[in-house]
Design a protein around this ligand. Structure first.
Ligand code: ATP
Length: 224
């Protein structure tokens, strides 16, 4: 479903954040990307929704070489790849409902359908009763769940999450991972960058370890 073939990424200024990455992620997999700070985890994730482009090599999503994707098709790709950030990136002057609705409004989804889908997404993350609340009045874990609802509202087959539990305590982190596992159980492919080795180990999923932009380990998962 997602393939990296000989992918390198050199940022303007010359720093090589990724070096010759070869990686294959099957549909329905849940994969953790780990490695030291600056190892290239965020960079790797950003290539999938074309938030960055490789300097060399190819990234393929569902067999489509992203380098050949027409500009007009990028919004379609981005609707198929839900993105979750550590810092939520919510609009703090808008209620929860508006935050979650945003990708659908941008995509021109009809008003009534927006309402239906936003409520379905909020229901999935257990925040149906908070749709009129402002993000600032929510806890860190709840804000992260709003970010997740926004990422899944377009029902993307792929979810990427960059340190989604970075600011959360262990109990809330486990709760967020539980949510990801539920999405995975219904067939969503997940790539999650995380430093939290203990949590990752407990989940028993595949772990790809980066070091200075290279894949140095790729462990298969052990638990179901
Ligand atoms: N836009 C950019 N321009 C120049 N260099 C960048 C840019 N983005 C990232 N880098 C550099 O590329 C390297 C990899 O960064 P990246 O954010 O992918 O690492 P990471 O593994 O996600 O790190 P962290 O765990 O600290 O988030 C770092 O050295 C970083 O400084």
């Amino acid at each position: 479903m997602i393939r990296f073939v000989g992918v390198s990424k050199r940022y303007p200024g010359g720093f090589e954040a990724l070096r010759h990455i070869n990686l294959e992620i099957e549909q329905g997999e849940m994969v953790f990307i780990t490695g030291h700070s600056g190892a290239g985890k965020s960079t790797l994730l950003k290539l999938i929704p074309l938030l960055e482009r490789p300097s060399r090599g190819q990234v393929l999503v569902n067999g489509v070489n992203l380098a050949r994707l027409r500009k007009g098709r990028i919004p379609h790709l981005r609707r198929r790849v839900g993105v979750i950030f550590q810092d939520h990136q919510l609009l703090y002057d808008r209620p929860v409902y508006d935050n979650v609705a945003l990708p659908l409004v941008i995509a021109g989804v009809p008003h009534r359908e927006v309402g239906r889908r936003v409520r379905a997404a909020l229901d999935k993350v257990g925040l149906l009763n908070k749709e009129r609340s402002y993000p600032i009045t929510l806890s860190g874990g709840e804000q992260q769940r709003v970010g997740i609802a926004r990422a899944v509202v377009s029902r993307p087959p792929i979810l990427i999450a960059d340190e989604p539990t970075g600011n959360l305590d262990p109990a809330l982190s486990a709760e967020i991972m539980g949510l990801f596992q539920e999405f995975n159980r219904v067939g969503v492919t997940l790539l999650i960058a995380s430093h939290d080795l203990e949590l990752i180990r407990r989940l028993g999923q595949r772990v790809v370890c980066l070091e200075h932009g290279e894949v140095i380990d790729d462990w298969a998962g052990v638990a179901a």
